[in-house]
Structures are given as C-alpha cells and as structure tokens.
Design a protein around this ligand. Structure first.
Ligand code: 5GP
Length: 183
C-alpha cells in the first residue's frame, strides 16, 4: 500500500489487520533517525547509512528508495519467507517503491490511499507534530507528485472516514487472501 506521508496509512493498516486477521506487516528498514516513540525492529529496522548501503549492495532489499533525504527499503527477509509459507504480507511504502514491487511481484495488489484534499493532508502532517516546517513542505511537495500516480494502482481508497476506509482495505485484504488460496 502506498500514499502520501501523513495520509494515515499506518492507522488504516493497523485497523484493517484487526478486521482481516492473517495479514502480516513487513517492517521496513530506514536510515531516518527514530522518533521518540519508535523502537528498532518495531516501526522500522533503523540502520546506519553504511549498513543500509551494505545491505543494498548485497541484494537484501526487494526495493529501496531515497525519500526526503533518507533511505527506506523493504527487506526480502520480511516478505519472501512469509509468502513461501503461504502467508500474506502488507507493505507500507511510498509510490516509487510500489512501482518496483509491481515489477518484481506482478501478483501484488497495489492500493493507493488518498487524502480527501491537499489541505486536509497538510493539516494532518502539521497536526501529528512529527516533522519540522522544512520536512512538512518537503513531504507536501512529494505528496503532490505521488497523487499523480493514482491511476497506476489497482485500488484507490480515500481516507475521508477512517472506519469506512479501514473496512474497504480489510475487504481488499480478504479478497487477496482468498485469491492466493484459490488461484
Ligand atoms: P516516515 O519517515 O514518515 O516513516 O516515512 C516516509 C515515507 O516512506 C512514507 O510514505 C512511508 O510509507 C515510506 N516508506 C516506509 N518504508 C518504506 C519502504 O520500505 N520502502 C519504500 N519505498 N517506502 C517506504
């Protein structure tokens, strides 16, 4: 699943996973410093730039990108083992990463989460107080570009009502799990 920073991807995934049990969340790696409430191995695997580069060179990532001055990537370890065991995995990533996943895994279901409006997204980014003013501007600039990518996705969910949006996502997860069990 992709969508601009601040759109509420994390909350939607958490809620949808309670409604569609059995979908596991892949923990990404990043060079971004942890925020106060974040723990290594929980929100992210927090890596140094050198460690990230080493793992990228070793081919440990399914996809990896630079985003707003930091590197982010999906570790193969987080995904391939689970899929091989017949389990389902959800990724919370930005748009360029989603494109790469599509190339690598054509069966992946790509979901875009859109904000009701750019003004709403800006209010959310500012409201969560995680980013400096420069970071907020950077993220809004990237968001405007990301919104253009919506037609590339299999499904678009507008996060105007979190309960409905989470229910919509859970329905997509259940359909994807059924399709995997009965291809
Ligand atoms: P944040 O710094 O707010 O945690 O994340 C910034 C952006 O990077 C968000 O849009 C988030 O979904 C995205 N992101 C997080 N992990 C990954 C990843 O493994 N790959 C890609 N491509 N994007 C990621």
């Amino acid at each position: 699943m992709a969508g601009p920073s601040g759109v509420g991807k994390g909350t939607l995934i958490a809620r949808a996973r309670t409604l569609a049990p059995g979908v596991e969340l892949a923990t990404s790696a990043t060079t971004r410093p942890p925020r106060e409430d974040e723990r290594d191995g929980r929100e992210y695997h927090f890596l140094t730039a050198a460690e990230f580069a080493r793992r990228a060179a070793s081919g440990d990532f399914l996809e990896h990108v630079s985003y707003a001055g930091n590197r982010y990537g999906t570790l193969r370890d987080e995904v391939e083992r689970r899929l091989a065991d017949g389990r389902s995995v959800v990724l919370e990533i930005e748009v360029a990463g989603a494109r790469e996943i599509r190339r690598q895994m054509p069966d992946a279901v790509l979901v875009f989460v859109a904000p009701p409006t750019m003004a709403d997204l800006e209010a959310r980014l500012r409201g969560r107080r995680q980013n400096t003013e420069t970071e907020v501007r950077d993220r809004l600039r990237i968001a405007a570009e990301e919104l253009q990518a919506q037609p590339e996705f299999d499904h678009v969910i507008t996060n105007d009502d979190v309960d409905r949006a989470a229910a919509d996502l859970a329905a997509l997860m259940r359909t994807a799990m059924t399709a995997k069990e009965h291809p």
